[in-house]
Design a protein around this ligand. Structure first.
Ligand SMILES: [Mg+2]
Length: 198
């Protein structure tokens, strides 16, 4: 599988098991945030370029927004009822075509975006087995990812595939100079928060 240069996440059912409160709060896992951090660091280490990251979601979930800000992702696109609207926007911001993005998704509302993205990972919840089959028949699934923590599982799979895992972990552990420069760059980034319904 080829290298990705941007990474898009759906929120509900990808970061979470799909459950939430009436106020829209949900939970997230540090397994997942660590997986993404290692992946962004490894990408920086091996390509000297930045791996852009966005969450594109149909609702405005406060927990998702918190994760985006804390982890210094690049974009939080909310009220994205039509997620394909993220394509021209992020292609312009990132200078990277959708064909070079990865996309982690879990459900029907994500199919349109998945059609344009280069590497599509669908979360294999037992409840959505038939919809997964449909997505596979439509040729929009490159990876099926088990639960729980599908994000961490996919990040580890990708890091292993690229042969990047060992060095990324070693440099992260030793807080190497390269890790420190990555960390400073990461923490400088302020996410863009946009309402995609407009
Ligand atoms: Mg979802």
């Amino acid at each position: 599988m080829s290298m990705i240069h941007g990474l898009v996440f759906d929120w509900d059912g990808v970061w979470t098991d799909g459950t939430k409160t009436a106020e829209g709060h949900s939970v997230f896992s540090e397994h997942d945030t660590m997986g993404i951090n290692l992946l962004r660091f490894a990408h920086y280490l091996h390509t000297d370029s930045w791996l852009h990251v966005a969450i594109v979601t149909g609702e405005r979930n406060p927990t998702a927004e918190h994760v985006v800000r804390r982890e210094h992702f690049d974009q939080f696109l909310f009220f994205a009822r039509d997620k394909t609207k993220a394509i021209p926007l992020l292609e312009t911001r990132w200078g990277v075509e959708a064909a070079q993005w990865g996309f982690l998704f879990d459900d029907v509302l994500d199919f349109g975006l998945a059609r344009s993205v280069g590497r599509r990972a669908m979360v294999s919840w037992p409840a959505t087995a038939e919809v997964q089959r449909l997505a596979q028949d439509q040729g929009i699934v490159d990876d099926l990812v088990e639960t729980p923590s599908p994000i961490r599982r996919w990040c580890e799979r990708y890091l292993h595939e690229q042969g990047w895992l060992e060095r990324a972990v070693a440099e992260r552990q030793s807080w190497s100079e390269r890790y420190q420069s990555y960390w400073a760059l990461r923490n400088e980034r302020e996410p863009e928060v946009l309402d995609l319904s407009r």
